[in-house]
Design a protein around this ligand. Structure first.
Ligand code: DQA
Length: 149
């Protein structure tokens, strides 16, 4: 049975490629989404991608995913550090969610060290540039035993 994944990007990530490239790299969001598509292409997995700058819309997208997705790869951007509402949404949807960051949030300002979300996610991947997304996809594939070793 095909596994469906929501690849969800939060605020300011629509600006990837031009936003602080020294920190977030030169890949645009469409390029990252395409790389993610290519990464899972040989598996029986389908990706849907979405981006929003709005907390409520991200919550709506998570709620909607409950109806069709088997897992979520989520870069919540700065809402990571502030949003109890997104935390509650992640708990409510009862799907495995992997928190992703392009930068190593733990090596940056202290306000980025705290995640409101990581504790209710399957895990957190941070600091590997856009490859963080691919590592998160691999983590879901492993959970579903579509990847071994
Ligand atoms: C980020 C890290 C967040 O602290 C920041 O607010 C972002 C991007 C990352 O991918 O490294 O917008 O989530």
């Amino acid at each position: 049975m095909t596994k469906h994944i929501l690849l969800l990007h939060g605020p300011n990530l629509n600006l990837l490629g031009t936003r602080q490239p020294e920190l977030y790299g030169g890949m645009t969001l469409p390029e990252i989404n395409s790389a993610a598509e290519r990464h899972i292409a040989r598996h029986d997995v389908a990706l849907r991608t979405a981006q929003s700058n709005h907390e409520g819309e991200l919550i709506d997208l998570l709620h909607d995913a409950r109806g069709w997705a088997h897992g979520v790869v989520f870069n919540p951007g700065a809402y990571t550090h502030t949003s109890i509402a997104l935390r509650d949404a992640i708990v409510a949807i009862e799907l495995p969610v992997i928190e992703v960051h392009i930068s190593n949030v733990h090596g940056r300002e202290s306000f980025r060290h705290k995640s409101m979300l990581a504790g209710v996610c399957l895990g957190q991947i941070a600091g590997f540039g856009w490859h963080s997304y691919l590592l998160a996809l691999d983590a879901l594939l492993r959970r579903w035993e579509l990847l071994r070793d």
